[in-house]
Ligand binder design. Structure first.
Ligand code: MD5
Ligand code: FE
Length: 204
């Protein structure tokens, strides 16, 4: 069922559940070609979240900053292609939330282990901020922090569970957000991890 979270943000609870097995198989295929990697931030910190990407562009961070690029700067190789099933699901969900013709060119895949977190940030490295971001949560649940337009604004906590999809568009596209440290657990499909796929349009 679709639940509005804020203007432009819609949670499609459990929407990916029936596809979860297939999505995880595709995540394994992508990560066999481009392994999950704890990137180093420009400030020199190792991220607790491990990442890989698929699609024409991938998001990564290194000493030069945060950026989308056609190649993984760690390996020098192009990112694996975005599976059709990924693109199709992202487009369907964007449609359901009222964003027609979403055509992602990047899919960032985050893998959370116990204790892994994402501190409050905004996603604004994409060229056209009118395009939504579609995020798919798989495996262990996590507490999502949904803030305002300034870092210091109050945050709401939202539990994101296995199969939940959120479409972040309109004014909610630029809210500060983060993930609290993952609690340890075992999920039947993903084991000790939480995965999050974010579909993005990096370039016009
Ligand atoms: C996650 N990932 O659960 C989240 C889901 C990231 C990231 O934040 O940058 O990899 S995406 C949540 C999101 C995206 C765009 C806008 C907003 C939230 N928002 O305005 O709250 O791993
Ligand atoms: Fe984000």
């Amino acid at each position: 069922w679709a639940e509005p979270l804020a203007e432009g943000a819609v949670i499609l609870r459990r929407r990916a559940r029936e596809h979860a097995g297939e999505l995880m198989r595709l995540v394994e295929e992508v990560s066999a070609r481009n392994p999950f990697h704890h990137r180093i931030t420009p400030g020199g910190h190792r991220m607790s979240v491990a990442m890989t990407n698929c699609g024409d562009f991938g998001w990564s961070t290194d000493s030069r900053g945060y950026q989308y690029s056609e190649r993984d700067n760690a390996s020098g190789l192009r990112w694996p292609a975005m599976p059709d099933r990924f693109r199709q699901l992202a487009r369907e969900c964007a449609d359901e939330a009222g964003f027609a013709q979403f055509n992602p060119d990047a899919c960032l895949i985050n893998r959370y282990e116990p204790g892994a977190k994402l501190t409050l940030h905004q996603d604004k490295d994409e060229q056209d901020l009118k395009q939504p971001i579609v995020s798919v949560s798989l495996g262990l649940p996590a507490v999502f922090q949904f803030g305002g337009f300034d870092r210091g604004d109050a945050t709401q906590r939202v539990l994101l569970e296995h199969g939940d999809i959120v479409v972040w568009g309109g004014p909610s596209r630029l809210r500060f957000h983060g993930i609290l440290p993952l609690k340890p657990g075992i999920h039947p499909l993903t084991g000790a991890f939480r995965y999050n796929l974010t579909f993005r349009r990096a370039f016009r």
